[in-house]
Design a protein around this ligand. Structure first.
Ligand code: ADP
Ligand code: MG
Length: 587
């Protein structure tokens, strides 16, 4: 256990965020009061109304794209769902405004979730195309389902709630809605769901290995994004009293996306800045309209320049200028307690008849082995012998062609990767998979958060404390607030181990943890593995370093060409002629 020297009296992380929230609340109240009281002419009021309602929808993109890294080219469609719910509801059916607004948000939420379902099979370009199709289909429906939507004529005479009948009161309502939306989106990043979204954005495979349900997280991100689209659209309809299909076309989805990217997709403040600019720049450039084309050229150039020179958007650029140095943790770090689950089954991990074929290639071909509880068990073999594939099948990244896998006596073969993590498997990767936009601590917190971790909460340390303890256990406690990309290769491997340990696994799976380490790093890795084993954790380790393997493992399984060629006590196995032959050649 290492106790940090007491930090100088500065703002702690907690009070820092309290200060931020206080400032935000003040700014929000001032904005609402200004909207309600400062008189503007109708033209300016319209621009403000558009900017505020658009900014709410753009906040949705900062969830789906900024937090979760998924593309949504249909935000104008969700905006339309909200707008038409308020338009048709208040005009055709005389339903109160707020009920229509809630209904529109509900429909958008459901439609967004539905669109998110397509992420199970699709990613990248394909997902983008599905969202575009959704947008186009909705536009076609709005234009052609004349009986319901009034077709190209749109809906006019949309009513506002009585209390907000005046333009000023209504604008104040919209500003308040934007302020609340911005606050919730801002705080979302620090919640369990928000962390899961960021993990998915940074590395889906690592996220699922850390216990994050990747698919559900994406669906949630789409649904929330669409919900905010619906809210913005509903308020827009009340603001302008008129909606028509051409206001919500594909090109408007692109505008929303540009606003998000321009302002900075990572933050709702960025969303608001981007929206404001994209609506205001054309107004500022109106004096150029006498020269045809010039106005559009300058407008386009301005947008391109901003996007090229401020990759993280305007807010990302500003935020970087004001980034404060990380504060070293001031409170002492409690030692990490590993308390692996024990159902009484003799084997912590059992693999039976495991096979994985890639087309005609039998990467793993009928492998059996049993990892005894509390043992350090090594899986060795030449390059390409199927070790990583075995680990990937065991941890659920690949479905086995045949065979069964038991963790602590429970058959986990049918479970997805994140559920196996919840069932007690923790792992690291041969090619390091960290969440690269996050600090070491944030990476480990995501591990600590896995469902079923009995070592967190209720009488146990909090998530953060558990994560700090895990980082400290691997020797990186003092640097927990550094971005992971600042760490050396060897230290990144240690952060991966800490992330797995923080989840309090029953079995720890390590894929070549010593690869790329220098000799002193290997020495401390050896030491670390012994400290982990001393707490009773079961370890399955793949490595080529025979000194390390022979030093820590009591049991060895040897693979060659996907088949098990030896299995038994380490020293016995290392003496077998066929093992020596597979490793060192026929001599
Ligand atoms: P090891 O970890 O023992 O070096 P691997 O398990 O990575 O070996 O690979 C075993 C064999 O399976 C290799 O021939 C490799 O090319 C092949 N392989 C591994 N993953 C895949 C994949 N996703 N698709 C096709 N072939 C694969
Ligand atoms: Mg490998």
């Amino acid at each position: 256990m290492s106790v940090e020297p007491a930090a100088p009296p500065t703002l702690s992380g907690l009070s820092r965020s309290t200060v931020g929230q206080g400032l935000y609340a003040m700014a929000a109240v001032v904005a609402v009061i200004c909207a309600a009281t400062v008189r503007t002419d109708g033209y300016v009021a319209n621009i403000l109304m558009q900017a505020v309602t658009y900014a709410i929808a753009v906040c949705g993109l900062s969830v789906v794209l900024g937090l979760c890294g998924q593309i949504n080219l249909a935000q104008a469609a969700f905006f339309a769902l909200g707008a038409y719910a308020v338009g048709l509801g208040t005009v055709d059916y005389d339903i109160p405004f707020f009920i229509c607004l809630a209904g529109g948000m509900g429909v958008a939420f459901a439609a967004g979730g539905l669109l998110g379902l397509s992420t199970l099979r699709l990613g990248g370009h394909y997902l983008a195309m599905v969202t575009i199709s959704f947008q186009q289909i909705l536009t076609v429906v709005l234009i052609n389902a004349i009986q319901i939507t009034n077709g190209p004529d749109g809906v006019s005479g949309i009513k506002r709630p009585d209390l907000f009948a005046s333009s000023q009161a209504y604008l104040a309502l919209a500003v308040a809605a934007l302020a609340i939306t911005g606050y919730l989106v801002w705080r979302l990043a620090g919640t369990r769901l928000g962390r899961a979204m960021r993990a998915v954005r940074d590395n889906e495979i690592a996220a699922s290995a850390a216990g994050v349900d990747v698919y559900r997280t994406k669906v949630a991100a789409f649904a929330i994004c669409a919900l905010l689209g619906g809210l913005g659209g509903g308020l827009f309809a009340g603001g302008f009293a008129y909606v028509s299909p051409d206001q919500f076309a594909f090109s408007d989805s692109i505008v929303f996306l540009t606003m998000a990217l321009l302002g900075g997709v990572a933050s709702p403040v960025g969303s608001t800045i981007g929206t404001g600019l994209l609506i205001l720049i054309p107004e500022w450039l109106r004096f150029l309209k006498s020269v045809p084309g010039l106005y559009l050229a300058i407008y386009g150039l301005a947008v391109i320049l901003i996007v090229v020179f401020m990759a993280d958007g305007i807010w990302g650029f500003i935020a970087r200028l004001f980034r404060r140095p990380a504060i070293a943790p001031s409170s002492p770090i409690a030692p990490l307690v590993l308390k692996p689950a024990d159902s009484g089954a003799p084997a912590a991990l059992e693999v039976r008849g495991l096979a994985k074929y890639f087309g005609g290639l039998k990467a793993v071909d009928g492998v059996d082995f049993t990892v005894r509880r509390g043992a350090v068990h090594a899986l060795i073999g030449p390059n390409g012998s199927g070790k990583t594939t075995t680990l990937n099948v065991v941890s659920g990244l690949y479905r086995p062609t045949a065979g069964r896998i038991f963790v602590d006596g429970v058959d986990v073969t049918a479970l997805s990767a994140h559920k196996r993590t919840i069932a007690g498997l923790g792992r690291t990767f041969q090619n390091i998979r960290l969440f690269r936009s996050m600090t070491a601590l944030e990476n480990v917190v995501i591990g600590a958060e896995r469902g079923g971790n009995t070592q967190v909460g209720r009488g146990h340390p909090t998530l953060q404390e558990r994560a700090r303890a895990a980082l400290d256990f691997v020797g990186l406690g003092a640097r927990s607030d550094d971005l992971v990309t600042r760490f050396s290769y060897g230290h990144q491997r240690l952060i991966e181990i800490a992330r797995a340990l923080a989840s309090n696994p029953t079995v720890l799976l390590l894929d070549e943890p010593a690869a790329g380490l220098n000799s002193s790093e290997k020495k401390s890795l050896h030491d670390l593995l012994e400290r982990i084993a001393a707490q009773g954790l079961t370890i399955l380790i793949i490595d080529h370093d025979m000194t390390l393997v022979a030093g820590v493992a009591q049991h060895l399984t040897v693979l060659n060409f996907g088949r098990r060629i030896a299995d038994g006590d380490t020293l016995d196995v290392l003496r077998q002629p066929d093992v020596i032959a597979a490793y060192l050649g026929a001599e």
